[in-house]
Design a protein around this ligand. Structure first.
Ligand code: NAG
Ligand code: NAG
Ligand code: NAG
Ligand code: NAG
Ligand code: NAG
Ligand code: NAG
Ligand code: NAG
Length: 760
């Protein structure tokens, strides 16, 4: 190792708890999260004095050569302290100046001294002059590595959760022991954020922090058993001043809190505000879906075309007064070209002979519409005689201009497009050389789409997204929702979104579980299948905060089940956050033992003016698990309350740290839903139970818009015009109800002790 004589001989200590000075004369160990950095270029991350992550080699490929600290071909020219500030606040850093042959590359470890965004450190790769001939032949490797950590067995009983595959890293996610010599964590193009944790609530999340489409994680299993964060493997040229960042985020409050804090940091850094998510019509209202798994996916009514079929659905919905508010059209309607990519995103006449505007006029339904990867013969590309800039390769193409999207979206608005579903994000990305080898094309593609959508008042749903694409949406406010499990097919378990929801929600996306059937048997379906658990699918969809989109046949709509999601206007009565798998579920599946539920236990809550109402969903459970308030994702918000269910709300039981809920016997068909309500007034004791058993979420902020307490408890109820709302509540241990008819403005106030309903 060549170290110049001018280097600092001290060590650098980043301490999470105190805003510590960067340089210290010695490593003083008394903080939970410590990043020790030495002037010789070594570093490590310790949690409570245990080194979880010792550094492996730093390397940068350039001029066709892997310059690495492993063999001293990467030369450390100097180390220095720097400081500065950006939108996260003031930072200080240790900068290592490396020469990779003729190129200077700075590797920086950066700490924010006064951050209120939690305990984290940023690793930066700064290509001052850029670099040429950087690529390997393997897109699943990386061309650069900083940070790079050995997987060690030094700390016993560490578990990990590694997102990977598609659907926001759901399909190939891995959970297990953090151990040497294993095929983990996820690695390469479809890798994703990594969380390492123990049973004592320490949890570290590591992920890219910027340039999400260009970054990758590579597990070098064969030579060093190290995990390396850097730029993806086939990128051949890095431009001057390119900066690639990785974040390491720590929480002492467990896995869910670590992801929540990590996500908030990323959303802050990339200005991902939640306004478009909150306002998204498809996240707020019930919709009718025709995508994979739905009855009318590549299937119409006998001897009718798609247009007639949709009109029949509309008529049936009208007849039964099901408050569907929009419709989703899947990939069957537009023109395909080479390799079944999209050629022209216009309706084919045998599908919709009168066009989409006609249907919009006839149904009154705005639309969500599917799209896939672009075929190389797409008619929009200049190369094919069209008007717009595309990169065109043998099979696929990718649009490279905002004008193109403006053209597409402004046109589509005329037929009611409100939600653009970009599907096949994985195939588009890994099917094109330009996307795999060019450092900027991937980000440009998604940014142009997103900017135009925002301009045109359209929101975007991602489907089949790699983690990189889901993370890229941090820079794209128009992306509000992402599919978070594989495609629905009647009877399958794509309702298991409790773990992917943690990642999706952290980065600001509503986790969508996909369409489902509301009735078990639907004769004439093209799958030859049935759905044994319609209630569970509807419950999961409602608790997800994403779209609720049944896809039944005309005769298969279970009106009384569908109505449990929503008010009379079709507005989804949902919790404040998506339901998410509790830490104990993940720890149990990583480390075994008897620490948590074997199966799915997810929790969430409704926040109404800081009154918190808890919800617990348990399904497919094979053991008995006592759930305490501290196990839930509302642990810091609701420590005790009264438990009830939609089978038993006449007598309430206590829920507190010494009085857990005993979870057992909850299958997928007989899933368990527990509700926990706070005591609103103690004398007499008043508890709001809400719309039980009428709604999946009996107390939702959409329905109960205000709670005020003086000598009585007064509720403001919101819903459809003249809607009847039956509200249950308990006074001194006795459960009662009051049915209140809302006024012509869809509002009423209800006093619980006085028993007075005043419509507005
Ligand atoms: C870490 O080590 C320091 C110094 O030895 C000690 O003061 C501190 O209590 C230790 N922290 C933990 C969590 O063990
Ligand atoms: C749909 O309705 C609009 C507004 O009334 C009208 O201008 C348009 O021609 C109609 N389109 C079709 C295809 O019926
Ligand atoms: C990457 O793509 C951009 C935009 O198309 C282009 O300007 C740039 O030259 C490309 N870089 C390389 C290395 O091909
Ligand atoms: C449909 O499924 C049933 C039961 O699984 C099976 O017996 C039958 O052969 C299937 N029919 C077709 C057409 O595949
Ligand atoms: C409709 O759903 C309700 C509530 O889950 C259920 O009790 C009923 O049996 C269902 N009806 C049909 C026809 O499936
Ligand atoms: C918890 O609930 C039990 C059972 O009702 C009760 O006896 C106990 O006092 C409660 N504990 C606390 C801390 O509220
Ligand atoms: C609501 O309740 C009122 C008063 O009981 C009743 O007249 C009306 O029919 C109900 N409306 C519906 C939609 O059930």
């Amino acid at each position: 190792m060549s170290v110049s004589g001018h280097l600092f001989l001290t060590c650098l200590l980043f301490s999470a708890i105190h805003a510590s000075p960067l340089m210290k004369d010695a490593v003083v160990v008394d903080d939970d999260f410590k990043v020790e950095v030495s002037t010789d270029g070594t570093y490590s991350i310790s949690i409570k004095n245990q080194t979880w992550l010792p550094n492996a080699h730093t390397f940068f490929r350039a001029d066709g050569f892997p310059f690495s600290t492993a063999d001293d071909t990467l030369v450390l020219k100097g180390a220095s302290r720097k400081s500065g500030s950006d939108k996260l606040g003031g930072w200080t850093s240790m900068d290592f100046e490396y020469s990779a042959g003729q190129y200077i590359i700075i590797a920086r470890v950066k700490e924010y001294t006064q951050s209120n965004l939690g305990d984290f450190v940023i690793f930066e790769q700064h290509y001052k002059e850029g670099a040429l001939m950087t690529g390997t032949f393997n897109h699943n490797e990386v061309i650069s590595s900083f940070p790079s950590f050995y997987i060690t067995d030094n700390v016993p009983d560490l578990g990990f959760l590694s997102y990977g595959g598609i659907m926001v890293g759901d399909t190939d996610k891995m959970i297990g022991r953090w151990q040497k010599g294993q095929a983990m964590p996820n690695s390469g193009i479809d890798g994703g954020p990594l969380c390492i944790f123990n049973e004592n609530r320490d949890a570290v999340v590591i992920s890219p922090f910027n340039q999400f489409m260009a970054g990758s994680v590579w597990h070098d299993r064969l030579t060093t058993d190290s995990v390396n964060w850097g730029i993806m493997g086939r990128v051949g040229r890095v431009p001057a001043d390119f900066v690639y960042q990785t974040v390491v985020f720590y929480s002492a409050q467990g896995i869910n809190k670590a992801f929540e804090g990590w996500g908030k940091l990323l959303r802050t850094y990339h200005d991902k505000d939640q306004k478009m998510r909150e306002a998204d019509f498809t996240l707020n209202y019930l919709g009718y879906w025709t995508d994979g798994g739905a009855f009318y996916y590549y299937n119409t009514e006998k001897n009718k075309n798609y247009e007639q079929t949709i009109l029949d659905v509309r008529a049936e919905v009208e007849k039964n007064k099901i408050p569907y508010r929009y419709v989703q059209y899947d990939s069957y309607w537009y023109y395909k070209g080479i390799g079944k990519g999209v050629k022209t995103w216009e309706p084919m006449p045998d599908i919709f002979p009168n066009g989409l505007q006609f249907l919009y006029n006839m149904t009154g339904w705005p639309a969500g519409a599917h799209n896939r990867f672009w075929a190389s013969d797409t008619t929009y590309a200049k190369q094919n005689g069209g008007q717009f800039d595309f990169i065109v390769e043998i099979l696929k193409a990718v649009p490279m201009s905002e004008d193109f999207w403006d053209h597409l979206f402004s046109n589509a608005r005329k037929w009611g497009l409100i939600l653009y579903e970009q599907d096949w994000l994985n195939d588009e990305f890994n099917g094109m050389n330009a996307l795999l080898t060019n450092i900027s094309v991937g980000r440009d593609w998604l940014m142009l789409m997103g900017r135009s959508a925002r301009k045109n008042g359209i929101t975007i749903m991602y489907c089949m997204s790699y983690s990189r694409e889901a993370l890229q949406s941090l820079e794209i406010p128009a992306v509000t929702m992402a599919r978070s499990s594989n495609d629905y097919s009647p009877g399958n378990d794509n309702w298991r979104i409790g773990i992917s929801s943690i990642l999706a929600d952290a980065i600001g996306l509503a986790p969508f579980k996909d369409t489902f059937w509301s009735t078990t048997n639907q004769p004439g379906n093209s799958y030859n299948k049935s759905e044994p658990n319609p209630g569970l699918h509807l419950t999961v969809a409602t608790l997800s905060t994403a779209a609720v989109g049944p896809g039944d046949s005309v005769t298969g709509m279970n009106v009384s089940l569908i109505e449990t999601c929503c008010d009379a206007d079709g507005r989804i009565l949902k919790p404040t956050k998506p339901a998410m798998a509790i830490d104990a579920q993940i720890i149990q599946s990583a480390l075994g033992g008897a620490v948590g539920p074997v199966g799915e236990v997810w929790t969430t809550y409704s926040n109404i003016q800081n009154f918190y109402f808890g919800i617990v969903l348990a399904a497919a459970i094979s053991n008995t698990f006592p759930l305490r308030p501290s196990d839930t994702t509302f642990a810091d918000k609701l420590q005790d309350g009264k438990v009830y269910t939609s089978q038993s709300w006449m007598s309430l039981t206590d829920f507190n740290e010494s009085k857990p809920i005993t979870i057992k016997g909850c299958s997928a068909q007989h899933y368990c839903l527990y509700y926990i309500a706070p005591v609103l007034m103690s004398s007499p004791e008043v508890v709001l139970l809400g719309e039980v058993p009428a709604k999946v979420v009996p107390v939702s902020p959409q329905r109960f818009t205000q709670i005020s307490i003086d000598t009585d408890v007064t509720l403001t109820l919101t819903g459809g015009v003249k809607e009847n709302v039956t509200v249950w509540y308990s006074v001194s241990g006795t459960s009662k109800s009051h049915t209140c008819q809302l006024g012509t403005t869809g509002e009423a106030t209800l006093t619980l002790l006085g028993g007075i309903c005043r419509p507005n």
